[in-house]
Design a binder for this molecule. Structure first.
Ligand SMILES: [Zn+2]
Length: 250
């Protein structure tokens, strides 16, 4: 039987969010979650290229040396609204993600160009991310094909880890908080409390954090409690190391 694991991922890592991401990493390390998957946005909201920021790159490099994993997380992390959108597209991209579903309906060529541009920029700083995780986990079929052809080896969605190499889908729903408004925070707390209790038998427990989570005391208190309980019988690891071990166990 496969070992019980905890993967904490930090979403939306960029120079603009570095301070809060670093605060989260220090706090969760104190709780025993010493490694995580860092979802880095190449040019977060077009504020500037992450790889052009030497202090940010140095910080990432240090984290990678300590066992954290660098993952590509979209490119700009924003999606331009389009004319004639269907109600479903509007609902998903505006209500659910606040216009951040960048790879939800990109065409193959557009998606592949962005992923390869990111790979070049990251490789120039000696980072070779293997995972590609779309903003809000919204990866359309065309964009997924582009990610595979660009050499990315896995992705995650809200409910799955998808191993492109082994062509396997591992069911594991992530815990994640919606903190945009107070009612969403309230719903999130109840939902995640319920979900956490349902997920105890999962071999892989996924906890997806966003930099603002640390600024909401009630949210952070719950996250802290979950990590404290999880590390009692789960080993903290990255998605990449989870997949490597799964391959050996197969
Ligand atoms: Zn994100």
């Amino acid at each position: 039987m496969q070992q019980r694991a905890l993967v904490v991922s930090i979403h939306d890592v960029a120079p603009a969010t570095q301070d809060r991401a670093d605060e989260i990493l220090r706090k969760i390390a104190d709780l025993g979650a010493t490694v995580s998957s860092l979802l880095v946005v190449p040019d977060y909201h077009r504020q500037g290229r992450a790889m052009a920021d030497p202090a940010f790159c140095a910080w990432l490099r240090k984290l990678e040396q300590r066992g954290h994993e660098i993952v590509l997380h979209g490119f700009f992390h924003e999606r331009a609204r389009r004319p004639n959108e269907t109600t479903r597209a509007q609902l998903i991209t505006r209500f659910y993600t606040a216009d951040e579903g960048e790879f939800y309906d990109l065409g193959y060529d557009e998606a592949r160009d962005l992923i390869e541009e990111a790979q070049r920029e990251f490789a120039a700083q000696d980072f070779r991310p293997r995972g590609f995780i779309a903003p809000a986990w919204l990866l359309g079929a065309e964009a997924e094909r582009a990610a595979i052809d660009a050499g990315m080896t896995y992705t995650t969605t809200l409910r799955q880890v998808r191993d492109f190499v082994a062509r396997q889908e591992i069911a594991s729903q992530s815990l994640v908080y919606s903190i945009r408004s107070s009612w969403r925070r309230g719903v999130s707390l109840g939902w995640n409390r319920w979900l956490f209790s349902r997920l105890t038998s999962n071999a892989l427990l996924r906890l997806s954090l966003h930099p603002p989570d640390v600024s909401h005391p009630q949210i952070w208190r719950q996250i802290r409690g979950m990590i404290e309980r999880a590390v009692r019988d789960r080993e903290p690891m990255t998605y990449q190391s989870w997949l490597t071990r799964a391959a050996f166990a197969a």
